[in-house]
Ligand binder design. Structure first.
Ligand SMILES: CCCCC/C=C/CC(=O)SCCNC(=O)CCNC(=O)[C@H](O)C(C)(C)COP(=O)(O)OP(=O)(O)OC[C@H]1O[C@@H](n2cnc3c(N)ncnc32)[C@H](O)[C@@H]1OP(=O)(O)O
Length: 365
């Protein structure tokens, strides 16, 4: 029987609702929005409630998803709901394609940030590949903690890298969308405090800090590179700071470090207009130290880093201190200013619209 000819019964619909409660894995915000919209359409018909206010992120995303279904008949919505739930169930997962990355997904007991220490190198790895290593609030806190620990451990150098195809897609945009409307201002204030502490931890880090950029990098993980001592990139890496698109503004001291590194005009192209750079372009602008072919990237980089980590530890520290110490006071002031400006941006209509677009971008069926 063709799919269009099929009609889910009330019983199928009820079964699908129960099956949904048993799902082991969170299907993600986009799927949840689709499910919500189909459920409302199947039970109440076309969207019939007033549009929630701009500040009411979650209800507005739900409303948008429901409203996008237009006049879809109740029976079709019911069938689509049943089909969608069935596609999420464990049996269909095992019989169809489970993406290789799923093996790396956060499981109970696994970590979104993995810290290891070996061969004189402390490695801090973003480990949330199914979300392109987007950084959640708790990951910011874990990184601050990891940097504090690495600053006094036995390692000579500290390295950041990403697990999976991305280095990191930057701030997890749902940090600002899963917020009740009456606590948005408080959330923005807390985020600004956390961001300041996070960036301060990089400014004050006393040992050589190296970034091993295994794939695309977006937002804060790009701006922070101005505070790293060495940046190695695979030729499949890209560097993107889409702040204006997001109604936001630069952080990570990039408003100061980028013009110094690449000159004001090139910095403006990235930070104001969001120009995405290839690894080669980022290297030509001085943001990246060296680019390696993807096929030999890991081998070449880690061989080199292991050799560097054998150099006298105190000498490494002292040389870094000489290079960076004159700038520290300025960098802390820049960081404070950027965080204050961002706090205001996060409450702006431009930013709220951009976040809403991200959350609901795939929910329009
Ligand atoms: C304390 C607070 C401090 C705040 C500091 C501020 C920092 C500013 C920034 O960092 S700005 C940069 C923010 N990042 C972005 O704008 C990137 C947003 N993501 C994307 O544009 C795309 O996801 C992509 C280009 C990175 C990848 O696109 P692709 O089509 O290849 O993959 P998907 O979009 O399907 O992504 C797979 C799943 O990962 C989720 N995801 C990816 N990035 C983020 C993110 N930054 N925030 C939240 N979620 C992200 C995506 O939603 C998919 O999830 P799903 O499988 O559940 O649908």
């Amino acid at each position: 029987m063709s799919r269009t000819a099929m009609r889910a019964s009330e019983k199928d619909f009820e079964n699908a609702r129960n099956q949904l409660k048993l799902l082991m894995k969170d299907p993600g915000n986009e799927v949840k929005l689709k499910l919500y919209a189909l459920y409302k359409q199947a039970t109440e018909g076309p969207c019939n409630t007033p549009k929630p206010s701009m500040l009411d992120f979650i209800n507005k995303a739900k409303w948008d998803a429901w409203n996008a279904l237009g006049s879809l008949p109740k029976e079709t919505a019911r069938q689509n709901y049943v089909d969608l739930v069935s596609s999420l169930s464990p049996s269909s997962e095992s019989s169809s394609q489970v993406k290789p990355a799923a093996a790396n997904e956060k499981q109970p007991g696994s970590e979104n940030i993995i810290v290891t220490s070996q061969d004189g190198i402390t490695k801090i790895m973003f480990n949330r590949p199914t979300k392109k290593n987007a950084i959640t609030t708790s990951m910011y806190k874990e990184i601050i903690h990891a940097l504090k620990a690495a600053s006094t451990d036995n390692s000579a150098i500290t390295v950041f890298t990403g697990n999976g195809d991305y280095y990191s897609s930057g701030n997890d945009l749902t940090n600002f969308t899963d917020v009740p409307p009456n606590s948005i201002e408080e959330t923005a204030k807390n985020a600004s405090i956390l961001l300041r502490e996070f960036v301060d931890a990089f400014i004050d880090f006393p040992k050589p800090l190296v970034a091993v950029i295994n794939g695309p990098a977006v937002g804060i993980v790009v701006t922070l590179l101005g505070l790293f001592d060495v940046v190695y990139a695979s030729d499949k890496a890209t560097f993107h700071t889409p702040f204006s698109e997001l109604g936001q503004s630069p952080e990570g001291c990039a408003s100061y470090t980028f013009p110094k590194i690449m000159g004001p005009a090139k910095a403006a192209e990235m930070l104001i207009f969001g120009k995405k750079l290839t690894a080669g372009e980022a290297c030509a602008r001085g943001l990246v130290t060296e680019v390696f072919p993807e096929s030999t990237f890991q081998k070449e980089v880690w061989t080199r880093l292991k050799a560097y980590a054998k150099l006298p530890t105190n000498s490494l520290r002292i040389s870094k201190e000489l290079i960076r110490s004159n700038e520290k006071e300025k960098l802390h002031a820049v960081n404070a200013e950027e965080c204050t400006v961002l706090q205001g941006r996060w409450l702006s209509e431009e930013c709220m619209n951009a976040l809403m677009n991200f959350v609901s971008r795939k929910s329009k069926l």
